[in-house]
Design a protein around this ligand. Structure first.
Ligand code: GLY
Length: 362
């Protein structure tokens, strides 16, 4: 039995479990069980596929095109996310990403290559807008897995990356607005405290803006079943300088096992790290769950293991967002989020589109 047949059989066994009423979505919501039906069409897909978080349509499109042209999936997914990293309008990654509490953009990324099982990562890197490419250099050109901070920047410069200021005007103004609203007793005045029109010479209103965990994960599989995955981010906005989230942690924000599949995460990185998110998704697929069910299983584990009251709502459910993504070796794929509606990007032979994520708490 070849690998693809093996995975299909495991997936079938997993779906049988779902049909028997053990569905995780149903367990959380009391709603109709989620099986391998039209709610999760990706579970039935086979063949070349690239998937990403919802902000990754250009990434999956580019990665798919490169894979179809015969390029290694690891080069393809990194080239894909480079587009989003370089986009000044995406405030969650790379250039234009939201900074830390001191107004400094610090970026995290990791990448993994299925066939060699090699990984590369950078964390807290400053002034380099494509950390995913630096992570790929760590993977290809060093015997290490992770380089952080000043060392990561020096490593990038040694490989010809250019240093540049990543804090564009839009992100700087958002940071300033956060700073002016974060402490009513400090000397940075917010809109109500000012004697002058706070919007004069500025774009938009001056209300406080929430913290964000914006990130992009992108995974790809080629016609041989070879996989790669990458995650890249500017991390939690206005974070404590030096804070590292899940995105550069192999096994948390991204993991790839060429015998099984690849997975990634976006959202509250602390919760993903504490539950070994991406690694756990891949293991759930190895144990027979479909990609969507594997994402839901790990989401449920994250929910069940959230104990701090300040992180729970009145129903005892996590009050934060996490979205998980899974791509199996045979081309099946899926995604799940904690609650509400959301979508993820997919490119297959049917084109590039958004598909709906399954939702643990509906
Ligand atoms: N998931 C992105 C972060 O927490 O930094």
């Amino acid at each position: 039995m070849n690998q693809h047949n093996n995975i299909d059989r495991r997936a079938f066994l997993g779906m049988t479990g779902v049909a028997a009423g053990t569905t995780l979505a149903g367990a959380a919501t009391g709603k109709t069980p989620l099986g391998s039906n039209s709610l999760a069409p990706g579970d039935d897909h086979r063949g070349v596929a690239c998937i990403s978080s919802g902000n990754g349509r250009p990434a999956t499109s580019k990665a798919y095109e490169m894979i179809m042209a015969g390029r290694d999936p690891v080069d393809a997914v990194v080239a894909g996310v480079n587009i989003v990293e370089s986009d000044p309008n995406d405030m969650s990654v790379g250039y234009g990403g939201l900074p830390n509490e001191e107004g400094v953009v610090q970026l995290d990324s990791c990448v993994m290559h299925g066939p060699t099982h090699k990984a590369g990562a950078v964390a807290c890197i400053e002034d380099i807008k494509n950390p995913a490419s630096v992570a790929l250099f760590v993977l290809k050109r060093t015997d290490h897995v992770m380089i952080v901070g000043r060392g990561a920047k020096q490593f990038a410069l040694a490989h010809g990356f250019k240093a540049e200021d990543l804090l564009n005007d839009r992100a700087r103004k958002a940071w300033l607005r956060w700073k002016e609203n974060s402490n009513p007793n400090d000397d940075w005045l917010n809109a109500e405290q000012m004697d002058f029109d706070p919007n004069e010479g500025r774009e938009g209103a001056m209300g406080p803006i929430p913290f964000t965990y914006g990130t992009i994960n992108c995974s790809g599989v080629d016609a041989n079943g070879d996989l790669a995955s990458v995650t890249t981010t500017s991390g939690l906005s206005y974070k404590i300088p030096g804070r590292v989230g899940d995105s550069p942690i192999v096994g948390a924000g991204m993991f790839c096992d060429n015998a099984v599949g690849a997975a990634g995460a976006t959202g509250r990185g602390e919760a993903v790290i504490q539950n070994c998110g991406a690694f756990s998704i891949v293991r759930e697929m190895e144990n027979g769950l479909s990609p969507t069910e594997a994402c839901l299983a790990v989401m449920k584990r994250i929910a069940d293991r959230t104990k701090q009251k300040r992180l729970l709502n009145e129903r005892g459910e996590p009050n934060f967002g996490v979205t998980l993504y899974a791509l199996r070796k045979d081309g099946a794929y899926g995604s799940a989020l904690m609650r509400g509606r959301g979508n993820f990007a997919v490119t297959t032979s049917a084109g590039t589109r958004h598909e709906a994520c399954a939702s643990l708490f509906g």
